[in-house]
Structures are given as C-alpha cells and as structure tokens.
Design a protein around this ligand. Structure first.
Ligand code: GLY
Ligand code: MN
Ligand code: MN
Length: 540
C-alpha cells in the first residue's frame, strides 16, 4: 500500500510539473560557468592577494518604492547571484579554516527573512547559494563583520573603488555596512584617491630604461586629471630631465606606497580581459537576446503607420521582448521620429504622432538572462523612403557594410570606425552636404563600435580583435533642422546598428534577421500585422 501511495505522489508530482511548468526559467548560466570564471580571475590575481567584489546598490525611487534591482554585471558574471547586499571574496591561494578546512572563496549573501520575503520576494539565502549557485562556502552577510580575513596579511587587496552612491538602509548587513566593514578592516584611508594610487603604481613599476616613455604617458594623464598636477612626485616625474632624477622619484613613490596594499585598478584589467571574449554558454544567451530584438524590429516594421506615437512604437518592441521571456531592456529604449532621431540617446520617446514623412530611428535591445542586444533600425513611417531619405540611408548602409567587413581577428579596435567614417565622409561630400572632410563629424559625431555582452557598452581591452568577441557596428548620419546645408536634408536621421560576432572565419552578423536594406524594409512594412486588428476603446 505504502508503495502505491508513494507511486501516486510521484505521478502527481510529475503531473504538477507538466501542468504548471517550472517555477522559473531553467536556462540561466550554469553554476559551473560562474565557478570557472572565478577560477579564471584567481589565475590572473597576483600571488598572496585577495579580491573583494560588492553587489550593486539597491536604489530608492521614492518613499518605500525602490528602482527595480539589477545586479552589477561583474558580480553576476562571477556568482549568478541576483540579489543586493552581498560580497564575494576570492583568495589567490587556499586559506585554512578554523576547523582545518581549506577554501579559496566565500560568498556572503542576504539572510533569509520570511517577513521581508513576503513583501519583496524570495531570497536565495545561504542554502540556495550552496545548492543552486554551487558555492562551497556561503555565509550570511552579517558574518562578514567578524570574518577572520586579515587584509594586512596580503600583499595586495584588489577591489573596485567606491562611487559612494549607496545609502544606509535598515538592517545590519546592507551594502553600506558591508562596505564600512571592508573599509575599516582593510585600512582604507578616508582620503583614498584611486587615480593617484594607479599613477603611483605605474611609476613604481617603471623599468628605468623606459622611464622617459612612461613620463610622457603620465604627462597625458595629468593633462586629463588636472587635480593631480598638484602632486609634486607625479609632476616631478613628468618634468624630470634624465633617468637618474626619475629613478629617485620612483624610489620616493615606492616608499609612499609601502604599507599600502590596496589596489583598485587591477580588477578592471582582469575583468576587461575575461569579459571581452564570450564563452559558448554566454553566446547562447547573447544570441537569444539579439534574435528577440531582431524579431521586435520586424514586428514594428509590420505594425508601423503614421500617427503612431513614439511610446506606442517602443511598447510594441518591448511587448515582443516580454513575449520571449526577456526580463528587461538592456538600456533605455530610443525611439525618435523625424528630428528627434538626431538626439543620439533620445529616451523621452514622447512625440504623440510620427509624421507621414518622418523617418523613425529605433535603437533598442532586449536583455535576456543578463545579456543584452543593441540593434538599431531606421524606417519610414509611411512605409516608403523618400528619395533624400534613401540617399542618406544608403550612405549609412554602405558605411556599415565597410565597418562590418573590417571587423576581423587581429584588426585594431578602431578599424570598423575608420572604414565607416571614410564612406560617410565621401558620401556627404558627394551630396554637397559638407565641403571639407573634417566636417563629417558634424553629422556623424559618435564612434562606430563598442563591445556587447552583459553590458550594452561592455568591458574589453580595446586591443586588436580576438575570436569570440561581439561588437556593434553602428554608423549614423544626423541632420538636425537648421543645419548648414540644403533644407531638403533637414530632419533626416539614420543609424543602422548590428551586433557582430568576430570569428576566425570572418564577421558574423547576429542581428541579420532584422531587415536592413531599404528594399527589405519596405517589403516587410508592406506586410500585415496582427496589431492591425488590435483596437482599444477611445478614452476621453
Ligand atoms: N544603444 C546605445 C548605443 O548604441 O550605444
Ligand atoms: Mn550601440
Ligand atoms: Mn544602440
């Protein structure tokens, strides 16, 4: 009998899963991915060092309503943890625990709290961090305060400097308290200056034969960081006449740094290197985000008609994202009709009606399980490009083609931009919109590429392209009303942006699903949309 009941419970359990599905998506990055990435960080850490990462701050919108929480991408990459008030500690070598155990990393998480969870959602807690995220050593945040981590025993304490944009909320182990604990225990001086520290480290590690070159580089930094010009050692190093004087200053700088094991620069370099190239697991999610965004562009092309509002157009894109289970937009959506398209990061999106002759510039990206797309299409509200719009569009298209072609392994990061700028400049001169080459930047004022991944403007080293890197190629031409050219071009703004995977066999356009030529766009816009039938009552 017991057996039968047991069987019945099992069958009902299976039935439950089949009927109601999983509690949450199952295609997040696996725990192994995050562990392997932490191992990769450890491999790049200096000997006898400790790295401390903090979760993003929970930001307050007003009164008792917070902004939707989003984890810091580095923290997410290394842990998979999606909640605030957490710390990750990675040690370069194994540490000995009080019970004779060894460990090389600890995750401190938010403590479970049934009351808080009833209001604000489930917490993973220590058990979840162990079972779901695969941490051998996970502890509650409040234990960070008494953690037996002696920061002075390490040669280097690696961390990202604090931007001081977090507040002390209720609770004893919120981000404010965790950072306070770290600052006290790691001897973080109240006047800590991350930039000065970085430049001192640069002088300290100078090979004296190369010191004249380092002095030149340092001089460029000092022009940028005006305040540091007052630092006698840095200015002295830059202005020194010979190696001997520079070596003396180097000794003084080394003395200054003695007893200070804080390093807030190296983690950026480590994370830039790791996040620039994507693993297979990351590519699955990134490709999905890009495909979702490309479908969004197609559905909008079908649904578009003059008199739609910019907000409604944005809503159609974002509805498609949600339909596919994308949690967020990777950045605020940009939908600019007519002249609004000339504002590069236009996010008001509040023009009540796009006009019959307007181009509509739509730069949007779905975020799927942390990874974000960044796709721009520019389409005519009426479904047909005017002759002038097509002329400008085709220049941008050809510039983008040249940029994509230049996105190959080994090429400098600037290669797509240089190739695209050349085409835009020639095109604008040919149409008589500019007379001098240097004026092209009036109408094409931004760069052509950035890395893409967990962040829309993702981390990377800006060194020559490597396999498995994803970048955007996004030239544009923007001619605002009142520009110094024939009025017939005014109000035309075109950007075309695709997400390009760099492979050893050449560039692969991951957003190619979204129509890109004027012909393909017009053909798609001629198709019917299910939204044509979606009528809502008129409101007063
Ligand atoms: N969507 C912002 C950008 O294209 O960089
Ligand atoms: Mn972009
Ligand atoms: Mn974009």
């Amino acid at each position: 009998m017991k057996k039968i009941i047991f069987l019945l419970i099992n069958i009902l359990g299976l039935f439950n899963i089949a009927l109601f599905g999983q509690e949450e998506p199952t295609d997040f990055l696996p725990a192994d991915f995050h562990k392997e990435r932490r191992d990769a960080v450890r491999d790049m850490m200096p000997a006898n060092s400790v790295a401390v990462f903090f979760a993003n701050a929970q930001r307050n919108r007003a009164n008792d309503v917070d902004y939707i929480y989003h984890q810091d991408p580095d923290f997410y990459y290394l842990t998979g943890y999606k909640e605030p008030n957490a710390v990750l500690v990675i040690f370069s070598e194994n540490q000995k625990g009080s019970k004779g155990n060894t460990y090389n990393e600890i995750l401190y998480v938010q403590e479970r709290d049934p009351k808080a969870e009833q209001w604000n959602g489930k917490r993973l807690g220590v058990e979840g961090a162990k079972n779901k995220l695969g941490f051998e050593m996970a502890l509650n945040g409040k234990e960070f305060q008494d953690a037996p981590i002696d920061y002075s025993s390490f040669d280097t304490v690696l961390f990202f400097d604090f931007k001081n944009d977090y507040r002390d909320a209720q609770g004893k182990a919120d981000l404010f308290d965790l950072i306070k604990t770290f600052k006290e225990k790691a001897n973080y001086p109240s006047n800590y200056d991350a930039t000065k520290q970085r430049l001192y480290s640069m002088v300290k590690s100078t090979d004296i034969q190369n010191s004249a070159n380092v002095a030149q580089t340092l001089g460029r930094y000092l022009n940028y960081y005006e305040d540091l010009k007052e630092d006698a050692l840095l200015t002295g190093f830059v202005n020194a006449d010979d190696d001997k004087v520079r070596d003396e200053i180097k000794q003084k700088v080394t003395m200054e740094l003695q007893g200070n094991n804080l390093n807030s620069a190296a983690l950026s370099e480590i994370m830039n290197t790791l996040r620039e190239t994507k693993t297979q697991e990351e590519m699955v999610l990134l490709k999905k985000a890009i495909e979702i965004s490309s479908v969004g562009q197609i559905e909008v092309m079908k649904a578009m008609h003059p008199h739609m509002s910019e907000t409604e157009i944005q809503g159609v894109h974002e509805f498609v994202y949600k339909k596919y289970g994308a949690e967020y937009e990777g950045y605020p959506s940009i939908v600019g009709g007519g002249n609004n398209g000339c504002i590069l990061h236009y996010i008001e999106n509040n023009k009540p009606e796009v006009g019959n002759d307007d181009l509509v510039l739509m730069d949007l990206g779905a975020e799927y399980h942390g990874y974000t797309a960044d796709v721009t299409r520019t389409i005519p509200a009426s479904g047909k490009f005017t002759a002038e719009q097509k002329q400008i569009y085709d220049i941008v298209y050809n510039a983008q083609e040249a940029g994509i072609k230049a996105s190959v392994v080994g090429a400098p990061f600037q290669a797509p931009g240089q190739a695209a700028s050349k085409v835009v400049t020639e095109g604008l001169m040919k149409l008589g919109i500019i007379e001098k080459e240097e004026d092209a930047k009036i109408y094409f004022p931004h760069g052509t590429s950035h890395y893409l991944g967990l962040d829309v403007h993702d981390r990377g080293t800006y060194k020559p392209f490597q396999e498995n890197t994803v970048i955007t190629v996004e030239p544009g031409i923007y001619i605002p009303e009142g520009s110094d050219c024939d009025e017939k071009w005014w109000g035309i703004a075109v950007r075309i942006e695709d997400d390009i995977l760099i492979t050893k066999d050449g560039p692969v356009n991951l957003s190619a699903l979204a129509p890109r030529t004027t012909e393909a766009i017009e053909a798609t816009m001629a198709k019917a949309s299910p939204l044509d039938e979606f009528k809502l009552p008129q409101l007063d």
